[in-house]
Structure formats: structure tokens, C-alpha cells
Design a protein around this ligand. Structure first.
Ligand code: FAM
Length: 483
């Protein structure tokens, strides 16, 4: 009797959830989604052909050094939305940052590309018209309304001591209750259809991230009140408004920031973590939260907060006035950092071997809008000094600045001085790239990732065998010739 009761209750629960799921899944047909639907069969056919013709061709090999050295430059994954060249920097679907600035539509009152336009480019590989980008702005505004109330309540209850990035991950994970992907999976959806739910979750998440991010900012540093999402504005300007700004130049800075931090091919920690977790068919919320855990590392995204912290701490010791800092003082401080076993934040890169074009884009923005700012001039002085010191130090393969060396000074100029928050902005932007890529992973049926690991003992034994074999190859050949 008791069991039957339980069964009825469970069935009722399942029925309710089923009803909730399919009545709330809005499959909005924007031109972005329509175009994506057309592109998927083309791309799938291309991949089937490539795999058929080249399945056994070697893409790259891995040495013992690479296995121990963080898998640097091992070509072993497919990531469609962007590609990084060590000399030239990032290309989003073939377009450099200056190409994007020229070709992507901007807001009527702005000069920088609309992040929505970049999203269209990342997903389809095509440059959208202003009308198509505007359609995405409208779609995101509509989706932003659906942020579950419990996400706001959860964030409002968090102690201010919890780092903004940890709060961001909590917010994203709390929003997961609305995942269309996990609901669809639970109800047995055909795996060929999973991309549609990945798309829905990704667009919903992108739409709601500025709210989550702004609640965190306003709770920790301001009065806790967040302006409502304004459907007449684009996604980037809305983020700026919700942070508490009403300034066209700052709107444009936010748009530029959201564009340039969006994607950096697939092997960086945040992109790879998102892809890896997604490959287990964890939904986009959980996959993206995993990626954000990686972005919060000081060798990755957290470097932007570290740059400003390092700079301001040094200036503080020198009396606070950047114009009074001589090159000699700066050189001495850099050596002090290096000799204490720390890195100089904002310099170096695992792939890049030249100045990061994302650094250059921000420098150009500063030259246009804040050429006389003393801290901007100081960042220029650091740029002049640090590469020489890192070269002399002789360890880093790339002594040039990366994206994080410049972002803090721009945000600080406009009054966003709370550097512990900066990585959250980076995260809002990174969603555009890694979630676009996740949609394609599910559309193309990317399998669960499972590389092979070996133990040091295994390397020892196998290397010894190979060494012995190659060293004695000549003897083996002679031996087989005579007998
Ligand atoms: N200051 C001091 N030492 C540095 C250095 C720097 N800026 N960059 C690299 N090195 C050291 C590095 O720690 C390593 O030392 P060990 O041999 O003692 O381990 C050595 O130089 C060789 O490193 P590498 O091969 O040139 O670089 P990796 O690929 O190992 O690491 C980074 C790449 C980015 C983690 C590294 O350059 C770094 O720690 N930079 C400072 C932190 C930073 O700015 N990170 C942000 C990267 C960014 F673009 C992003 O992800 N947002």
C-alpha cells in the first residue's frame, strides 16, 4: 500500500516536470537559429568526408616533454569558433580584431562592434547585418526576463567575503534549474536534437549573465540595487547600465571588452574546461561554471585583477604618483617580484609570441579616449621596461604583454576600481565563445573526451625500451642481413 502511494506520487512529479519542461521551452526562431539549422548538415557532411579520407593521418604527436609540460601545442582537439596564431594573435572565424572592428556592425551611438554581432559571427562564421545583430539584442532582452527569482535570492544572501568569481559560479549553477538541456535529456530526447537545447540554454545564459554579474557587483561594492534590463539597448550597454553607468564611452568600452575577451581557440583553460565537461553531456550551465572555475585562476583570467593589484601596490610604495616613478625604480620592482618567485602578471602567454592584439586594441581605445591619464602612461612605461627584464631573466618564452596587462587601467579610469571584480567581466565575455563552441559540439555529436594518461613508471619503462631499440637498430639490421 505504502509503495503504491509512493509510485503515484513519483508519477505525478514526473508528469508535472514533463508539463513544466515542454511548455516552458521556447524555441524562438531568430535568423541566427535558422541559419545555424541550415549550416549543421553542411558542416556534418564536411566532417564525415574529412574523417573518411583522412582518418588515419597524423595531426600531431606528443613527446614526453609535452605530456609533462601541460600538453603545449599538442594538436588534439577540434574547436570551430576561433584560431590563435602565435605571431598574429586571435582570429574569430577568420577575422582579426581590427577586421571585426571594421566589418561588424556597431550600436547607433557607438564605434566598437556589437558583441551580439560577434556572437552571430562565432556561431555561423558569417558577418551579420545590423538588423540581424539587433534581432539578437531583442532576443536576449526577452530571454533576460526569465532569470529565476531564486538566483537573485541566492546571490543576495551571499556574504560579501566570497570572491566575485565564486559568487559568479554560484549564480550560474543556481540558474541551472532552468536548463532545457537537462530536462530534455531526462525525458529521453534524441541525441541529434541536443544542440537545440544547448542553443536554448546558451542563449538564455548569455542573456542573463549581465544580470548575475551586476547583482554581484552592486551587492559587494554598492547599494545592492540593480537597474532593470532595458530592452531598447544592446546587451553590452545593458551590462554597463546594470553595473551603474550611464556613459556612452563606457558603453563602447564594455562592448569592446566583451568582444575581445570572448574566445581564444579551444586549448585555454576556460574553453577546454567548458568543452570537456560538456562532452559528458553536462548541460551548458554546469559546463560553463566549470570553465569559470578555470578562468578564476591567476595564470589565466584572474591575471587582470592581479595586474592592477601589482601596479597599485607598487605605486603605493612609491608614494602613489605614477609620473614620479623612474625607469630605474620600475626595473628594481620587477626584479623584486621575479626574485621572490612570483610572475609579473599580464606578461607572457602559452601560445602567443608577440604583443597580444587584444592589448593593442585596448591601448588604441586608451589613446583615443584617455591619452593623458597618468595610469595609462604608466602602463606604457611598464610595456617599455618589462619585456627586456623578462628576456634578461631568461625563462619566459614570450616576454610581451597579454590582454590582462591593459584592461584594468581602462576600467579604473571610468571608476570601476574594484579589481577583484574584473574576472567576472571577463567571464561574461568568455560565454560568447565557449558556448557558441558548445552548440557546435552537440550539433556535430562530439564524443565524450577521454585522453589516455600514463604513469611515470610507464614512461620510464617504455622510454628505456625505445632507447635500447633505436640505439641497437644498426646491430639488428646487420644481424637480419647475415642470417
Ligand atoms: N613572469 C615571470 N615568469 C614568467 C612569466 C612572467 N610573466 N611568464 C612565464 N614565466 C615563467 C614561467 O613561470 C615558467 O617558469 P618555470 O620554468 O619556473 O615554471 C617559464 O617562464 C616558462 O614559461 P612559458 O613557457 O613562457 O609560459 P607558460 O606557457 O608556462 O605560461 C603563462 C604561460 C601565461 C601562464 C605565463 O606567461 C604567466 O604566468 N604569465 C603571468 C600571468 C598572466 O598574465 N596570465 C594571463 C595569461 C592570459 F593571457 C590569460 O589567460 N588571460
Amino acid at each position: 500500500m505504502k509503495n503504491t502511494f509512493k509510485k503515484v506520487k513519483i508519477q505525478k512529479y514526473i508528469n508535472n516536470r514533463q508539463f513544466r519542461n515542454f511548455s516552458s521551452t521556447s524555441l524562438v526562431q531568430t535568423s541566427l537559429k535558422k541559419r545555424l539549422e541550415e549550416l549543421i548538415p553542411e558542416k556534418s557532411a564536411q566532417i564525415i568526408k574529412i574523417r573518411k579520407e583522412h582518418e588515419d593521418k597524423v595531426l600531431g604527436t606528443c613527446t614526453v616533454g609535452q605530456a609533462y609540460g601541460g600538453m603545449r601545442s599538442v594538436k588534439s582537439m577540434i574547436y570551430e569558433t576561433s584560431l590563435l596564431d602565435p605571431e598574429e594573435g586571435i582570429r574569430f572565424r577568420g577575422l582579426t580584431i581590427p577586421d571585426c572592428q571594421k566589418q561588424l556592425p556597431s550600436a547607433p551611438n557607438g564605434g566598437e562592434p556589437l558583441p551580439e554581432a560577434l556572437l552571430y559571427l562565432l556561431i555561423t562564421g558569417e558577418v551579420p547585418t545590423y538588423k540581424q545583430a539587433k534581432e539578437i539584442s531583442d532576443d536576449l532582452a526577452e530571454r533576460a526576463k526569465g532569470l529565476p527569482k531564486h538566483v537573485v535570492t541566492t546571490l543576495n544572501q551571499l556574504p560579501k567575503e566570497i570572491h566575485p568569481m565564486s559568487q559568479f559560479i554560484i549564480g550560474i549553477t543556481a540558474a541551472q534549474s532552468d536548463s532545457k538541456f537537462s530536462e530534455a535529456y531526462r525525458h529521453g530526447v534524441d541525441k541529434k536534437q541536443l544542440w537545440k537545447f544547448t542553443y536554448e540554454d546558451s542563449m538564455n545564459l548569455i542573456a542573463r549573465l549581465p544580470q548575475i554579474a551586476s547583482i554581484i557587483y552592486r551587492n559587494i561594492y554598492k547599494d545592492g540595487k540593480v537597474p532593470s534590463y532595458d530592452p531598447s539597448l544592446d546587451w553590452g550597454a545593458n551590462y554597463a547600465r546594470m553595473l551603474g553607468y550611464n556613459n556612452n564611452t563606457f558603453d563602447d568600452l564594455v562592448r569592446l571588452y566583451l568582444v575581445i575577451h570572448s574566445d581564444h581557440e579551444g586549448g585555454n583553460v576556460s574553453a577546454h574546461a567548458t568543452k570537456l565537461v560538456g562532452s559528458a553531456l553536462s548541460d551548458p550551465y554546469l559546463s560553463f561554471a566549470a570553465g569559470m572555475g578555470g578562468l578564476a585562476g591567476p595564470l589565466h583570467g584572474l591575471a587582470n585583477q592581479e595586474v592592477l593589484r601589482w601596479t597599485l601596490e607598487f605605486l603605493d610604495q612609491m608614494g602613489g604618483d605614477p609620473s614620479k616613478v623612474t625607469d630605474e625604480m620600475l626595473v628594481e620592482n620587477c626584479w623584486k617580484t621575479l626574485k621572490s618567485g612570483r610572475v609579473i602578471p599580464g606578461f607572457g602567454h602559452a601560445v602567443l609570441r608577440k604583443t597580444d592584439p587584444r592589448y593593442t586594441a585596448q591601448r588604441e581605445f586608451a589613446l583615443k579616449h584617455l591619452p593623458d591619464d597618468p595610469l595609462f602612461k604608466f602602463v606604457g612605461q611598464i610595456y617599455k621596461i618589462v619585456p627586456g627584464i623578462l628576456t634578461e631573466h631568461g625563462k619566459t618564452k614570450n616576454p610581451w604583454p597579454n590582454v590582462d596587462a591593459h584592461s584594468g587601467v581602462l576600467l579604473k579610469y571610468f571608476g570601476l576600481v574594484e579589481y577583484d571584480y574584473y574576472t567576472v567581466m571577463f567571464g561574461v565575455s568568455r560565454a560568447l565563445g565557449v558556448l557558441s563552441s558548445l552548440v557546435w559540439d552537440r550539433a556535430l555529436g562530439a564524443p565524450i573526451e577521454r585522453p589516455k594518461s600514463v604513469t611515470t613508471e610507464w614512461v620510464n619503462v617504455n622510454n628505456f625500451f625505445l632507447l635500447f631499440f633505436f640505439e641497437n637498430l644498426f646491430v639488428f639490421i646487420l644481424f637480419s642481413f647475415f642470417f
